[in-house]
Design a protein around this ligand. Structure first.
Ligand code: NAD
Length: 433
């Protein structure tokens, strides 16, 4: 099939490349010409394991193209995937749909024959209805179908998640488009993926409900970790003890910093805002948002306590600053709350991240990037393990920080406290008494 991905970010690029690898002809479009030029030269603008090889392979196979010409790319394609951003609206909690509606307006003037328009972006319930209205201004009803096919891939595992999804959700209000989408996904369905057809509105809501539920699970275990710290209980025992109950499940039960990233923070806010619009109070999710916002403040207070409230001139080293491992995505990472607050109090901060220097941290006073763990940790007063990269799971701290008493705050519980007994290392972690 001939596909066009509009928006070549984490979702558009990964899913476009994977669709091309399944044998489809794919054009990935982006308005960012710089990004398109890089991709045309085989350079990948994001960190995603395995992606670069797949891009090269499918460019060579002539299945994958990159363009900034939306109109022509759409004309040549049968199925158009909208994969642009839906960030939080400035000054509010609802989703900013300007990129979505901007694309819909461009599409309305580019439909030359029957097209299936698919929203892969995460969009609030009824957005599909609005897109349809925009398209109807210049096109008759039989020229297009608007369907919702939310994406569930996780950064860092994106190719695997796309290729072996738990489920494929397709929300369509007509049989024709559903049949075509089912056939597009048939290589994945044959491998065992469950294909679920719902109404368009249901598909839109399923995506938000999934993210809100996962955010709730993380927040739940983070709050229990606070109780464990007061009662001398190991939170890891609680996670195992409840996670083995199949009704609960063990994933997303690891206590740590506030959840971040490009989805959970914005999607929890957007779903409560949508519910408010429909006079429905999603009070559970609202309290999850509040608890998560407090989490970084709570962990900052722990850092102050660990440093006996003497933060000025303390050398603090962050291992990892992205919101999770195996991605370079800094969007809403808790490090973006903690590092500026520590800098304000006069700390001298170094950080190392396997995905390199972060421009989000460039302008913060006394914050610098080190290009190795050893340079980052050298002479540190406090080491904060912020992100759970494999690289950080077996470090020899006594060697990395010479001639000093070391303090470590392991926000990901990567180490066992027993490892540091009888060593010159003060070790703190999350929810372990
Ligand atoms: P992103 O910001 O990485 O990429 C969006 C791209 O769209 C950008 O490159 C931008 O230049 C481009 N764009 C914007 N307007 C355009 C236009 N008019 N024409 C062409 N290109 C345009 O975003 P993302 O992280 O890929 O997320 C996209 C959507 O998918 C969001 O709704 C997000 O919530 C959802 N989603 C993201 C993930 C994830 O892990 N990142 C997972 C599932 C779903």
């Amino acid at each position: 099939m001939k596909l066009c991905m509009i928006g070549t970010g984490y979702v558009g690029l990964v899913s476009g490349v994977c669709f091309s690898d399944l044998g489809n002809h794919v054009i990935c479009v982006d308005k960012n010409l710089n990004k398109i030029k890089k991709l045309q030269n085989g350079k990948i603008p994001i960190y995603e394991p395995g992606l670069s090889e797949l891009v090269k392979k499918n460019i060579e196979n002539k299945k994958l193209n990159f363009s900034n010409d939306l109109k022509n790319s759409v004309k040549k394609s049968d199925i158009i995937f909208i994969c642009v951003g839906t960030p939080t609206k400035k000054g509010g909690g609802s989703a900013d749909l300007s990129q979505i509606y901007g694309v819909a307006k461009e599409l309305s003037k580019s439909i030359n024959r029957y097209k299936i328009i698919v929203t892969k972006s995460t969009v609030p319930v009824t957005t599909g209805d609005e897109i349809e209205k925009i398209l109807l201004k210049f096109n008759s009803k039989n020229k297009f179908s608007v369907i919702s096919n939310p994406e569930f891939l996780r950064e860092g595992e994106a190719i695997r998640d796309f290729t072996y999804p738990d489920r494929i959700i397709v929300g369509s209000n007509d049989k024709k488009s559903n049949k075509i989408l089912k056939s597009l996904y048939s290589p994945l369905i044959t491998k065992g993926a469950k294909y679920i057809n719902t109404s368009r509105r249901a598909a839109e809501l399923i995506k938000y409900a999934s993210n809100a539920f996962l955010a709730t699970k993380i927040t739940f275990i983070n709050e229990l970790a606070n109780l464990c710290e007061k009662t001398n209980i190991n939170i890891d025992d609680i996670s195992i003890g409840i996670g083995l109950d199949q009704r609960i499940g063990s994933r997303f039960l690891r206590a740590g910093p506030a959840y971040g990233g490009s989805c959970f923070p914005k999607d929890t806010k957007a779903i409560t805002s949508t519910a408010d619009k429909f006079s429905t109070n999603l009070s559970v999710i609202k309290s999850v948002i509040k608890s998560n916002e407090n989490r970084s403040k709570l962990l900052l207070n722990r850092i102050y306590k660990i440093l006996n409230n003497k933060v000025k001139n303390k050398k603090i080293s962050f291992l990892g600053v992205t919101f999770k491992a195996n991605t370079d995505d800094m969007r809403d990472s808790s490090s973006l709350t903690m590092i500026p607050a520590l800098s304000k109090k006069g700390a001298i901060i170094r950080y190392y991240d396997p995905t390199g220097n972060k421009e989000e941290l460039n302008k913060i006073k006394n914050v610098s990037y080190s290009n190795s763990e050893s340079k980052c940790l050298d002479k540190a007063d406090l080491v904060i393990i912020h992100t759970e990269w494999n690289n950080f799971k077996s470090l020899d701290f006594s060697k990395l920080i010479k001639n000093k008493k070391i303090t470590i705050f392991d926000m990901r519980n990567l180490y066992s406290p027993q490892k540091f007994i009888n060593k010159n290392i003060k070790y703190f972690s999350i929810g372990r008494g």
